[in-house]
Design a protein around this ligand. Structure first.
Ligand code: ADP
Ligand code: ZN
Ligand code: ZN
Length: 812
């Protein structure tokens, strides 16, 4: 017998190992086995068992079995295979992205001692004991060292068992930077979940009246918000910690120290305490009707129409059927707000998952999703790779968002599209939701491939905010620089703050000034490693490259001419924040961009502060745009719309519309006092007219025509091939040679190779080749094959051996 095994590497295909007779009864598809490849060991996953003896080589035997039970379901393996094929990478690369580090063992792994385990090793067998002792003394061991200690060939099962027992951890190169926030939560002893039991307890109350009050306060808080923290309970009930301790000693309430994100210990209960509006009710019914016929449905609902409430009702329905649910969001940032809303209704049924979790938590969630214990998962892109047991529904919220597409490293998958395939494997349904659907999804809906449901009114009948344009050409400026704050916008901010309402200002560049120019000779500071200008960061007092992250000291003398005067062109969020602070000294101004929200809690805190009205004006990049629900925002200002309308990308209009409409959608969500102001010089731009009219359909009609005319998606499928090398001639010639190979058959569909706008990043020169294929499955397969062959051929050639060739299917 032989086994096809996936190992977490970028190999052109999976390799085969033979199964020794004594291991035969234990080998199973989806479980990990220990194998060697080129003198290195790996924990690989068995993809299939077969009897076809490979002809070209003698397969080596599998060395050991790591898992007794599969760690992935058959559907996972099918998904990996599809992703590898569709997105042109190896199944091993998908495996590497999907599995928590603790599952990925190789000769390069380093094991750490888990200090919380202590030094009582009585539960360990002999081999485990030897390694645990070694770990206790040395704190960390390499795989090779463990091998020496054990003097055995089957090291991995011992390592696995040490990880399972919590003695050891796998060290990761990318240590989590995110500090988990701990908080004390109070929960009712599950014995009293049944109402009779609880009534019994209260009717025969034997403790003090203060403690009964405390219990009632707890029950009230629990009913209204689902989770109860110790801090809040004590605050709201006015009880003392001693009284709470009394109840906990008597096992009425439990107090648990937990990480804020870990929700699986909340009581599992469903509480729907709202009723849908008529329009929402109708939308829900339509979605359900579509689902009876089509697996995918697009919910196009304007901002603040209550899409989340429709999702919640749907989740409820699938939960009651015992199905699993996946709720995908484009950004971790957004999960913080949405999870609070979902917890309230689904308590411990819903768990959150994203890349900032530590490895133990990931394994825990992985296993609980695999065995069906966790019913619903809210997460960013990567939660799609969890091993769902019985998925019934996938919700892709903000489905238009480009961050659903993974850029680096492989698999370069689009989570929305992959979700649709994955759901198909489960015969599950997919709901795509957005106020500004992607052109592709809307097209699919109009074609009848997806169901289409629309919500055209805001909840409570609130109108969408009126949008006015401020023509920046008419604003007089002495230095002729870009207009940051026009008098009109300044006045509007003033009025808004006077009414005690909040303001959001959107500027899509962080830092202080994106570039500066020497007044005498025109010299511009650029990154040494990348062909981009440096951004001035005032607070951090440095110049920084936003492509590679390198920082530079600030120069006050021009290195080219010795001049002392620089003009600062354009502006970033840091500058905006400063100007606002000067202009509105009495207001509380805050900034939300990559620089201010390092780590995860920073983000959550900012959002919370803004919700609680402890901030008057919030300045931010894209981050403030995404689906956030703020009650008190009246004014939204878009400071520099021109920068969104003019850049070279076929999606430029679609993206500009989405950004502006989404950011406008943060204004006036509960009252009709919202307004939006857009500062722009190109006031006649058609996209602005669509945004002003809040007319998605008009934007779509305009855009779809040009997509058709120029053969862009949805009328074609794009594959972009990027070439990277540290020598410019190598990358230029390499790209050309590669293109020449494909040109015979695919020349008609190719654009380039050409240098991208930024031609050098991290000391690597870049070239790009774009292939625009007709939507013909056969042709697409053929071209992928041709690309792989061309790549293999190039790498045979000594000159191009180190040329990096990266295909990206459906580039964002
Ligand atoms: P969207 O996701 O479509 O932008 P949300 O789901 O965030 O809109 O809803 C906007 C606001 O209106 C939320 O604060 C939500 O709680 C409120 N809302 C919407 N529908 C209802 C409803 N049926 N009952 C109570 N509140 C609602
Ligand atoms: Zn100069
Ligand atoms: Zn750089």
């Amino acid at each position: 017998m032989y086994a096809e095994i996936i190992i977490p590497l970028a190999l052109p295909r999976n390799y085969t190992w033979s199964i020794p007779d004594h291991l035969l009864p234990k080998v199973g598809v989806g479980g990990r086995v220990e194998v060697s490849l080129k003198n290195k060991k790996y924990a690989g996953i068995v993809k299939q068992l077969h009897r076809d003896k490979p002809e070209a080589f003698l397969p080596k035997p599998i060395e050991g079995i790591i898992d007794q039970w599969p760690i992935v379901h058959a559907r996972q393996l099918a998904l990996w295979a599809w992703m590898a094929d569709y997105y042109m990478c190896s199944e091993g690369e998908v495996m590497a992205a999907a599995l928590p580090a603790h599952f990925k063992l190789s000769s390069a792994s380093i094991l750490l001692f888990n200090d919380t385990y202590g030094d009582d090793f009585t539960d360990l067998d002999n081999e485990e004991y030897v390694v645990a002792e070694g770990l206790l003394i040395k704190k960390e061991l390499r795989m090779a060292e463990i091998q020496q200690l054990l003097d055995a060939t089957h090291v991995y099962p011992v390592v696995k068992s040490l990880i399972d027992k919590g003695v050891a951890l796998v060290w990761e190169a990318l240590q989590d930077t995110y500090k988990v926030r701990q908080e004390k939560y109070v929960i009712l002893n599950p014995e009293y979940d049944a109402e009779e039991k609880l009534a019994d307890l209260m009717n025969n109350w034997s403790k003090g009246p203060k403690q009964l009050e405390l219990l009632l306060a707890y029950l009230h808080l629990f009913k209204t918000q689902g989770i109860v923290t110790q801090k809040e309970l004590l605050q709201k009930s006015g009880a003392s910690s001693a009284q709470l301790k009394g109840l906990s000693d008597k096992k009425v309430l439990f107090i648990e120290q937990r990480q804020v994100d870990r929700l699986q210990y909340l009581p599992k209960s469903i509480q729907i305490d709202f009723t849908l509006s008529e329009a929402q009710e109708k939308a829900l019914a339509e979605v359900e009707t579509h689902f009876a016929e089509k697996p995918v449905c697009l919910l196009h609902g304007i901002t603040s129409s209550g899409k989340t409430l429709v999702y919640i009702k749907l989740i409820e329905a699938y939960l009651r059927q015992g199905k699993q649910i996946l709720y995908l969001l484009p950004e971790i940032a957004l999960t913080a707000q949405v999870i609070r809303r979902l917890q309230k209704h689904f308590g411990g049924y819903i768990a959150i998952y994203h890349s900032k979790f530590n490895q133990n938590e990931r394994v825990e969630i992985w296993n609980k999703v695999k065995n069906g214990e966790i019913k619903a998962v809210l997460g960013a892109r990567s939660s799609l790779l969890l091993p769902f047991k019985d998925l019934g529904l996938v919700i892709v919220d903000e489905e238009h968002d480009a961050s659903f597409k993974q850029q680096e490293p492989a698999p370069r998958y689009h989570a929305r599209d992959t979700a649709i395939y994955y759901a198909h494997l489960h015969s599950a349904q997919v709901l795509l939701g957005s106020a500004t659907p992607s052109i592709e999804s809307y097209y699919n809906a109009l074609q009848g491939k997806y169901g289409l449901v629309t919500l055209t009114e805001r909840f409570g009948g609130v109108r969408l905010p009126p949008i006015s344009l401020v023509d920046t050409r008419k604003v007089v400026r002495e230095d002729k620089g870009k207009v940051l704050l026009s008098p009109d916008l300044k006045e509007a901010i003033n009025q808004t703050i006077e009414r005690d309402r909040q303001v959001i200002l959107f500027q899509n560049r962080r830092g202080y000034t994106p570039y500066q120019v020497c007044n005498s000779c025109g010299w511009i500071p650029e990154c040494r490693n990348c062909a981009v200008t440096l951004t001035f960061h005032k607070q951090a007092h440095k110049w920084q490259c936003h492509y590679c992250g390198t920082s530079y000291p600030i120069l006050y003398t021009c290195p080219a001419c010795g001049g002392h005067n620089f003009t600062q062109k354009s502006f970033g969020t840091e500058r905006v924040e400063e100007v606002l602070q000067e202009t509105f000294p009495l207001s509380r101004v805050a900034r939300m961009d990559l620089d201010t929200v390092r780590g995860k809690t920073a983000h959550e805190q900012l959002i919370k502060q803004f919700e609680d009205k402890r901030i008057d004006i919030l300045v931010g990049t894209q981050m403030v745009v995404k689906g956030l629900d703020f009650e008190h925002v009246d004014l939204v200002g878009i400071l520099d719309a021109d920068s969104m309308l003019h850049f070279a990308d076929f999606r430029v209009h679609e993206r500009a519309y989405q950004l502006m409409e989404q950011v406008s959608g943060r204004a006036g969500r509960r009252t009709e006092t919202g307004t939006v102001m857009i500062q722009v010089s190109d006031t006649k731009h058609p996209v602005l007219q669509f945004v002003q009219a809040h007319d998605y359909k008009a934007m779509y009609d305009y855009e779809i025509q040009s997509r058709q005319q120029f053969g862009y998606p949805p009328y074609s499928r794009l594959i972009r091939i990027t070439f990277r090398h540290k020598l410019e001639p190598t990358v230029m010639e390499g790209a050309e040679t590669f293109a020449a190979v494909l040109r015979g058959e695919f020349g008609a569909y190719m654009t380039g190779p050409a240098a991208p706008v930024v031609q050098r990043v991290r000391n690597q020169y870049l070239m790009e080749l774009l292939i625009k294929l007709p939507r013909d499955g056969h042709m697409i397969q053929k071209s992928k094959q041709a690309i792989r062959q061309a790549e293999a051929m190039m790498h045979q050639d000594k000159r191009y051996r180190s040329l990096v060739i990266v295909p990206d299917v459906d580039p964002a």
